[in-house]
Design a protein around this ligand. Sequence first.
Ligand SMILES: Nc1ncnc2c1ncn2[C@@H]1O[C@H](COP(=O)(O)OP(=O)(O)OP(=O)(O)O)[C@@H](O)[C@H]1O
Ligand SMILES: [Mg+2]
Length: 268
Amino acid sequence: MTAAPDKLVVEDLSKRFESGDDGGAVVALAGAGLRVAPGEFVSIVGPSGCGKSTLFNIVAGLIRPTAGRVLLDGEEPRELLGRVGYMPQKDLLMPWRSVLDNVTLGLEMSGVGRRQARARAREELGRFGLEGFERRWPGDLSGGMRQRAALLRTFLAGRELMLLDEPFGALDALTRQAMQEWLLEIWQSDRKTILFITHDVEEAVYLSDRVYVMSGRPGSVQLCVEIDLPRPRGFELHGSPQFVALKQRLLTPLHEAARAQLEAQVVS
Ligand SMILES: Nc1ncnc2c1ncn2[C@@H]1O[C@H](COP(=O)(O)OP(=O)(O)OP(=O)(O)O)[C@@H](O)[C@H]1O
Ligand SMILES: [Mg+2]
């Protein structure tokens, strides 16, 4: 029997933007590669500006790479757009649509009728901690609830692979921890495949099966660490020697990459 192909393979991906921040060209990615097996939770950490969101935009089909390729289920799709679930770095809830109409947006855009989309969303509101808030505006929600609403919208789109770009980045530490535990429960019951960007090494270790560390810009993958901690994972894991050792293995190269990138920026 042959093993199932990886859900996602990113091969030697490069991206050059012809007009960057200061008008000159910016090489955002240079030969980045990674893989995610079906059902895995994989994270990417890397210094700010190293090309993480650019990599997601390419995998989601929003922009084209300058070189390299993206395989889904072992094949290179002619069109990536619409093939993966994507929660961008900014939650992008629309302030003029109710919570319910925000979370159904992805379904409606993929052609599901409004009534059916609403029925699907209502089934999930409880699990996403939004029961009773469906008629409220996004501005009425707490930071954690907004993120759960944006996650629900991504989940409802029904794709097997989901790209989550720093979903908890703006939350306070306590809310963040609660959200991590909640996300693991959702992931474990739904068996989705998740590729997750974070700046937070503890978050990456706590959640993931594997963590990729990217170099400073132009971003490539400089290290891959398997997180062989048992599941299900609970908060107490943070204090275990294994957890602390894994965190340290990631922190050292990340720290060096961030410093090297800063030095390059200061010199240029
Ligand atoms: N559409 C674009 N046009 C020009 N330059 C861009 C574009 N998108 C991103 N860049 C540049 O590419 C580089 C990588 O940006 P990207 O947003 O991918 O970084 P990131 O790793 O996600 O950073 P952060 O951790 O701060 O979110 C940056 O220098 C950014 O200015
Ligand atoms: Mg980003």
